[in-house]
Design a protein around this ligand. Structure first.
Ligand SMILES: [Zn+2]
Length: 252
């Protein structure tokens, strides 16, 4: 189904409460079906009033998992964010006509999600350490937390510094630094607009801010671990030149 048609599915539907923003460690939830559109066979597009499924966005891959509707299991293949609404693309194990108002129990694949949480937090720590070692703010151009995992920055980077960045990051990881979350209005956010991703922020009313220890505050809608210790060992694999910048590939 094309983007345009996904737009049809979410037309007039209330924006989804993104429950993972408030608790990244919850794995299952109850919700109500706000809209359901049959694709073909046992495949459906399902919109819920709230969800723990993080859609593919901000460089973080989609969560997968399952929904149980009327006792029937539906495998969630992917979650997509369309105009503030999360659309779950599911495949039922048995025939069922999914209807508005039905109750749903959802469970995410925690192993996969936790991996993304560790990688995502590592990416923020990497931003901080790249700035420390290069003595300048390196704006981020993008990132991918699937495979291969990388963060992309503006400007140039000397490979000889890679080992220093890795050592700094691993030192912060082993210190067990707290990773905090808060919510800020757009005006309050303006005061911290020197964050590495400041120029890539969406136009929304309330921003979620993530901060490792007393480092820079980062507006981010992704999922993170609570303590840097959970990241485990960070390995910087290599750098690569890209248009207007460079990538650092990493593993945790
Ligand atoms: Zn983040």
């Amino acid at each position: 189904m094309k983007k345009l048609e996904l737009g049809e599915i979410v037309k007039g539907v209330e924006q989804t409460k993104l429950s993972y923003l408030y608790d990244s460690y919850s794995t299952s939830f109850e919700a109500k079906v706000l809209n359901a559109v049959h694709e073909q066979g046992k495949s459906w597009y399902v919109v819920l009033d709230q969800t723990l499924f993080h859609p593919k966005s901000g460089g973080q891959p989609t969560d997968v998992g399952e929904l149980v509707i009327q006792g029937v299991k539906a495998n969630v293949k992917k979650a997509m964010l369309v105009n503030g609404v999360v659309v779950h693309y599911v495949k039922l194990e048995k025939e069922l006509k999914i209807e508005k108002g039905m109750s749903v129990r959802g469970t995410i694949d925690w192993g996969l999600r936790y991996k993304y949480m560790r990688r995502h937090t590592a990416a923020h720590l990497l931003d901080h350490c790249v700035n420390l070692v290069t003595h300048r703010i390196n704006k981020t151009l993008g990132s991918w937390l699937g495979e291969p995992t990388y963060v992309e920055y503006q400007g140039i980077f000397e490979d000889v510094l890679l080992k220093q960045v890795e050592e700094k990051a691993n030192a912060f990881i082993s210190q067990g630094l707290e990773v905090k979350t808060e919510f800020l209005s757009k005006d309050a956010l303006k005061e911290i607009l020197d964050s590495p991703n400041a120029e890539r922020l969406p136009e929304i009313q309330v921003y979620r801010i993530v901060q490792i220890d007393s480092f820079e505050k980062i507006p981010c809608g992704g999922t993170h671990v609570k303590n840097t210790k959970e990241i485990g060992a960070l390995t910087l694999k290599k750098t690569e030149k890209v248009e207007g910048g460079f990538r650092i590939y990493f593993e945790v």
